[in-house]
Each structure stands twice: as C-alpha cells, then as structure tokens.
Ligand binder design. Structure first.
Ligand code: ADP
Ligand code: ZN
Length: 603
C-alpha cells in the first residue's frame, strides 16, 4: 500500500466532517433584526432569553420566536440585560470550528510533509537516500576506481581506507584507531560523490548518503534527529560508508550566518554529527566521507583529530586527466574511428569531470539525432560549443593569446624557482583556469615555525615577481594578472624590514609598532616612528623590491631559453609537476652544453 494512503483518508474524513457541519449551521438560518429593535425588546420586556456567542446574539421572545442581531458593544449590553428579566446564555466563542480548522491545517502539513519525505527518500536525491523509515537496505554502489579517472594521487590514501573497511580487525588489533572521517574537497563536478561511491564499491560495503543542505531547510531539531537515525541504521550495517555531501551547509563556521537556514538548526545538526562521530565504538567500522568545495569555511571542530582528519583534494583535471575521463565515459559509446580523444581533451580546458560526462552525452545525442551509427569528431565539437555557450564561463573560452601569456607568466615563476638557490621544491605549475585566476604555480607558504634566511626571503620575492617579469620580457606589456604576486612580494619585503630586522640600513629593528599583550604587558603601540624613520622604512621596502626585480630580470634574460621551454611545455601539457619541471630543466642544461661545444668548435 502506498504509505501516504491512510493520511489521505484521514484528511478527507476531516474535510467532509467540517464541510457538513458548516452546511448544517448555515441551513438553520434565523431572521435578522436590527440592534435598536433588540434594545427596544429588552426594555419592553418582550424577550425571555438571549443567547450570546461572540457578538452574535440570538433573542427569543415571549412567543418563542427567535431572531438574530449583532451587538456592536457587549460591555454596554450586559448591564442592560442584567437589569431586565431576560435569561442570558453564553457560549464558548466558536472554539470548536477554529480548533478543528487548526487541526486540519496541521494534519495537512504533516501529511504533506510525510508524503513528500517518503517519496523523496526513494526517488529524489534530496533527503536521505536509504529510506530510514523502514530498515535500511544495503545499497551497493557498484562503482569502482575504474569509473573514476585521474585520482592516482589520492589512490594510496584511499587504498588504506578501503583496507580499514575490509579488514578492520587487522588494524585495531594493536590498538590503532581506525580513521573516522575523510574530507573530500574540490570544485563542483570533480567527482567527489563518485569517489565516495567508489570507496564503498571497492570495499564492497553499503553506502549511506545525505546532503548537508537538506537538513538546514527543515524544521528545527529535525536535522539532528535525522543524523542520529542515519547513524543508527549505519551501525547495523557496519562496516559501511556514510557520505555527507555539501558538509559546509551544516559545518560552516558557527559565527557566520550567511545562509538562510537557521543557525540554531545548523548548530544542532552539527553537534549531533560530532557526537555521533565521537561515539563510534572501535568495533563499528563506519567511515564518514564528507564533500565540500568550501573547506575554508568549515568549523575547526570538524577537522580535529578523530573527526575529518584525512583530507583528499580533487582538482579540475589537466589535459591527461581529461583524456582519461573521456575514455571512461566513451567506453560504452559507439565511437567512429575518426574521433581523436586527445584533440577533444585539448579543446576543453577548465572542464570538470561532470562537464566532460555531459559533453560525451551531448555528443551522443547529437549524433543520434542526425541518424548516425557512430559518434564523430564533429559531434564532439558541436556539443562542446553548445556547452560552452550554455555555461557562459569566461575562463573557458580564453583565447590563445591569453593562454600564451598565462603560460609565460607561470613559466616565469617556475624558471626562477628552479634557477635560484635555496628555493622550495616546486609542487606544480598549471595554466588550467580556476576560480578567478588563470594559472597557478604552487610554492610552500612562509611558515612561522621555520627560521628563514634573508637570502631565502629575497629569492621568494624574486620568484613572485617572475610572472610579471616574463610578461614584460616576452610580450613587452604587463597585465593585471600579477596583482596577487605583487601583494605577496611587497608583504615579504615589509616583513623583512619591519618584522625580521633584516634591512641593512635600519638594522635589527622591529618596527611593526604593535606588540601582542603577552610580550610587553598591556599591548599596543610601543614605538611611534618619526617621519624620518617612516621614510627610511618606505625606501628600504622599495629598494628591496626594486632590486629583486632588477636582478631577477637579469637572471631570466640570461636563461630565456629555459623560460621558452617551460612555457611551451605548459602550453602543451597545461600542468607540470615538480618532476616534469626537472625534466625540462635537464633538457635545458643539455641544450646549453651542446651549444657551448658548438661555440668551442667554432660552429
Ligand atoms: P561532485 O560530487 O564533486 O560535485 P560528482 O561526483 O557528482 O561531482 O560528479 C558528477 C559526475 O561527473 C559523475 O557522476 C561522473 O559521471 C562525472 N565525473 C566527475 N569526475 C569524474 C572522474 N574523475 N572520472 C570520471 N567521471 C567523473
Ligand atoms: Zn603569478
């Protein structure tokens, strides 16, 4: 039987009852008399009884006839009636009908919500997808790592988690704590949900899933109760995976109330989640996998050890990743022999996994519409135009000029990071657009807990300026793309002078002016610099930056072939990791050696 049926029946009965009652009321209509006649009747002693209900008065005269009148002011009527011989009957002011009406409304709301949440629990992806009103069914995802392309970096970490799920005893035997929470972070459509499902699939354990935002929109306290129910079900099925999508909806920093959902509700839900996660027994192997594209706003309570302490970052795929994803999604489609997936991959920088899946689907539909037996290259091209236009995402349609400029900008950073001594090893450099930036060269942030030398900091300034320098050297014009770099390099120069006392002219002096309370007692400004000193500080910062810029320019000029090689590699591959940059560097050194030989032999 449809679960909503009994409620519907109950609602119909109530509706019919109320309609019938009002109909009965309306059918025995009494004649109406004006109020002055009524007052006259009281005075003349013509009435035996008045029945008062709200401002409605039913008067019964000596003959037993009745009429209705409406009193404008009961307080003045009552003394009159008291003075007369008339019997006064009062009624509770129409309590019954409004009560029934309220009950009906509540019933309707409740019924509607029940029906909604029930059908949603099975069909829609909102709400809990395992149907916790009945016993939770084992949801086998059937997704494996083969369905997720380009996750090689995360694979080892994931392998360990799968082992935990498969052989919990092996790990807990020595008293080790099995991890409870894994945070998947990355832009939308990069396969976080898919990956969570693949973890469950690989470990062949049940998969429970819910969306963070579903909780916030609901009635107070319901989110927390849903969390508890979810874990209750999951415990019965352990080992298993609980997947929480958009965890930032409930786990955003507690002070920020930028979302429309009530903060209290969010906090209750978050607390329920934390309590559940802290409360696992060691024999219950439940791994909570949460996804977010805003890990920066997560409450720190969520990230503490024993909670979501494992993090896996998913990024937009580079050209190789896109090719792999294309291969996964075209595996089951009929491709014409003319299709070159590498060309397709090259043409869609900035596409996420989800957009690539969509591209393949669109291409297949287009080909089918034209009555083709196989998907051809042109179908991909058409599908791509359609999607790009639909998305109107500017970063996707960067023209070739902008792409070259970005490649040289990033190559500038990278070349200096490779050429300068003491530089941190490069993590990676990319020209895949993301967020507001066109490219990125990743270096380690300055860590307060390390002691850095002056030359290290100066080199960092040079590396940051490398992007702007390369633009200037190669294209003879500069762009706004370097604004963040300039902020970073100027900040380092400021700290070098004012915080680290490393300026030759000012000496070992701290001049930030503000000191924390614990250092000097009281806190606040301890040194009001004279105009002259301030000027000296300014000059020193300017000198450091300008000098860095000049000497970095000389270095880049000297090694401009390296710069070109890096930029070309970036244009071809979009992303280079540290090892690949090393390969380019070795090629460059070889090239130099060969050139030197030619010079020696006079070629
Ligand atoms: P997210 O949860 O990060 O928003 P999803 O996991 O929902 O992204 O991805 C949506 C769809 O995009 C997936 O079902 C899959 O078809 C496709 N997709 C995304 N990333 C990948 C990937 N790395 N490999 C294969 N398919 C992917
Ligand atoms: Zn830059």
């Amino acid at each position: 039987m449809n679960p909503g049926r009994p409620i519907l029946v109950a609602i119909s009965v109530v509706v019919i009852g109320i309609l019938g009652f009002s109909f009965y009321q309306a059918s025995r209509k009494l004649p109406e008399e004006n109020y002055s006649q009524f007052l006259k009747d009281i005075k003349t002693g013509n009435l035996t009884e008045t029945s008062i209900k709200g401002n409605k008065v039913i008067a019964t005269d000596l003959n037993g006839d009745q009429y209705i009148t409406f009193s404008p002011d009961l307080s003045s009527l009552m003394p009159l009636l008291h003075d007369s011989e008339v019997t006064i009957r009062t009624h509770p002011v129409a309590v019954f009908i409004p009560l029934l009406r309220d009950m009906l409304i509540i019933l309707l709301l409740l019924g509607g919500w029940l029906i909604l949440s029930r059908s949603s629990s099975t069909s829609s992806k909102r709400f809990l997808r395992t149907g916790f009103y009945g016993p939770a069914s084992k949801v086998k995802t059937g997704v494996t790592f083969n369905d997720v392309a380009g996750i090689s970096e995360a694979r080892d970490e994931l392998k360990e988690i799968i082992d935990f799920l498969k052989y919990p005893a092996r790990y807990s035997r020595l008293g080790g704590q099995i991890p409870k929470g894994v945070l998947l972070e990355g832009p939308p459509g990069t396969g976080k949900t898919l990956l969570a499902k693949a973890i469950a699939g690989e470990a062949s354990v049940p998969f429970f899933s819910m969306g963070g935002s579903d909780f916030v929109e609901m009635f107070a306290g319901l989110g927390a109760s849903r969390v508890r129910k979810l874990f209750e079900e999951a415990k019965k099925q352990a080992p298993c995976i609980i997947f929480i999508d958009e965890i930032d909806a409930i786990g955003g920093k507690r002070s920020s109330d930028y979302r429309n959902g009530s903060n209290d509700e969010r906090e209750q839900t978050l607390n329920a989640l934390l309590v559940e996660m802290d409360g696992f027994e060691s024999n219950e192997t439940i791994i909570v996998v949460a996804a977010t594209n805003r890990s920066d706003i997560l409450d720190s309570a969520l990230l503490r050890p024993g909670r979501f302490d494992r993090r896996i970052t998913l990024t937009l795929p580079d050209i190789r990743g896109r090719l792999k994803i294309l291969m996964v999604h075209t595996a089951a489609t009929a491709l014409s022999g003319t299709v070159d997936l590498t060309t397709v991959a090259r043409a869609i920088p900035g596409f996420s996994g989800a957009e690539i899946a969509n591209l393949v689907n669109e291409a297949a539909l287009l080909a089918a519409r034209k009555g083709k037996q196989r998907i051809e290259q042109v179908d991909f091209e058409e599908a791509q135009d359609k999607i790009i236009m639909g998305l109107e995402r500017k970063t996707m349609v960067i023209d070739q000029d902008a792409r070259r400029l970005t490649a040289y900008h990033e190559a500038g950073h990278t070349a200096l990071a490779k050429l300068l001594p003491e530089a941190d090893p490069l993590h990676k450099t990319t020209i895949i657009p993301r967020g507001g930036s066109l490219g990125l060269t990743q270096q380690m942030p300055i860590d307060e807990h390390y002691a850095y030398t002056r030359s290290y900091l100066i080199n960092r300034i040079k590396i940051l300026l490398g992007g702007r320098l390369a633009e200037e050297l190669v294209f003879g014009r500069v762009t706004t793309g370097a604004s963040n770099d300039l902020l970073g390099s100027t900040q380092i120069a400021y700290r070098l002078v004012c915080e680290f006392g490393m300026s030759a002219n000012l000496g070992p002096i701290a001049c930030t002016g503000w000191v924390a309370e614990e250092t000097v007692g009281g806190g606040g400004k301890f040194w009001q610099q004279s105009q002259q000193t301030l000027r000296e500080i300014d000059l020193e910062i300017l000198r450091i930056v300008q000098h860095g810029y000049e000497s970095a320019r000389e270095l880049l000029k000297e090694h401009n072939e390296f710069l070109h090689m890096l930029a070309e590699s970036l244009l071809a591959h979009e992303t280079l990791d540290g090892e690949e940059v090393d390969i380019v560097y070795r090629c460059y050194l070889n090239h130099l050696r060969v050139k030197e030989k030619h010079v020696e032999t006079g070629d």
